[in-house]
Design a protein around this ligand. Structure first.
Ligand code: GRF
Length: 203
C-alpha cells in the first residue's frame, strides 16, 4: 500500500507508521510526506528516514480550492493509494476529497462523535467523561464526521491533566493507526453507507 502522509506538526503518528514499516509490521510504503508548515517536525522525520517530502505554503495560494488542487496534484504524482492525515490542521475541500473517494483517513483524539474539532482531550476533561480514546475514520466534507473505521478507549483518571490524558490517548493512537493502515493494505476494510466492516484476515 502506497501512502501519502499529511502532517502539520510533531508527527508522532507519522513516526509510528515509519516504525511499523521499518520493522516489517506494516506492508506499506510512504511515497511522500506533505506539510503546510515549514518547521513541522514531521518533515524532519521524513528527511531522517529518506522519505520524499513537500512543503506547501498556504500563503502562496489565493484560496482553499487553489491550495487543495495543488495538494491533490502532489498526492497524485506521488502515486499514493491512501492519504493519511496525521495531525494535518487544515480542512480538506470537496475538490480534494472527490479525487480520493474513501481513500483519505484521519485520526482524532476522542471517541467520535463526541468532542470533534480542536482539543478533543481538553473537551473530554471539561465535560467530565470517564472514558475517552481515539478514533480512526474516513474523511468526508465535515469536521471529524466521516465513517468510523476503529476506536480505542482509555480511562480518564481523576487527577488527569490535558497532558496526561493526551499522552495516554496518543499511545493508543500510534497502535491503532498502524493497525488500521495494515487492514487497508490487506483490503479488509469495507464501507457500507456509514458503516465500516473489517473483514476477517485470510491466512
Ligand atoms: C494527534 O493527537 C491526532 O489525534 C490529532 O493530531 C495529533 C497529531 O499528533 N489529529 P502527531 O503530530 O502525530 O504527534
Amino acid at each position: 500500500l502506497q501512502l501519502a502522509v499529511l502532517a502539520s506538526g510533531r508527527g508522532s503518528n507519522l513516526q509510528a507508521i515509519i516504525d511499523g514499516i521499518e520493522k516489517d509490521r506494516l506492508p506499506a510504503c510512504i511515497n511522500i510526506v506533505i506539510s503546510d508548515c515549514a518547521d513541522a517536525f514531521a518533515l524532519k522525520r521524513a528527511q531522517d528516514h529518506g522519505i520524499p517530502w513537500a512543503y506547501l505554503d498556504p500563503r502562496q495560494y489565493g484560496n482553499r480550492q487553489d491550495y487543495d488542487r495543488t495538494l491533490a496534484k502532489v498526492v497524485e504524482e506521488s502515486r499514493a493509494d491512501l492519504v493519511v492525515l496525521a495531525g494535518f490542521m487544515r480542512v480538506l475541500s470537496t475538490c480534494f476529497l472527490e479525487r480520493f473517494p474513501h481513500r483519505v483517513i484521519n485520526i482524532h483524539p476522542a471517541l467520535l462523535p463526541s468532542f470533534p474539532g480542536m482539543h478533543g482531550q481538553k473537551q473530554a476533561l471539561a465535560y467530565g467523561v470517564k472514558i475517552s480514546g481515539c478514533t480512526v475514520h474516513f474523511v468526508d466534507h465535515g469536521v471529524d464526521t466521516g465513517p468510523i473505521i476503529a476506536q480505542r478507549a482509555v480511562p480518564v483518571r481523576d487527577d488527569d491533566t490535558e497532558e496526561s490524558l493526551s499522552l495516554r490517548i496518543l499511545e493508543q493512537e500510534h497502535q491503532l493507526y498502524t493497525e488500521v493502515i495494515g487492514w487497508i493494505a490487506q483490503d479488509r476494510v469495507e464501507v457500507v453507507g456509514r458503516r465500516v466492516n473489517i473483514k476477517e484476515a485470510l491466512i
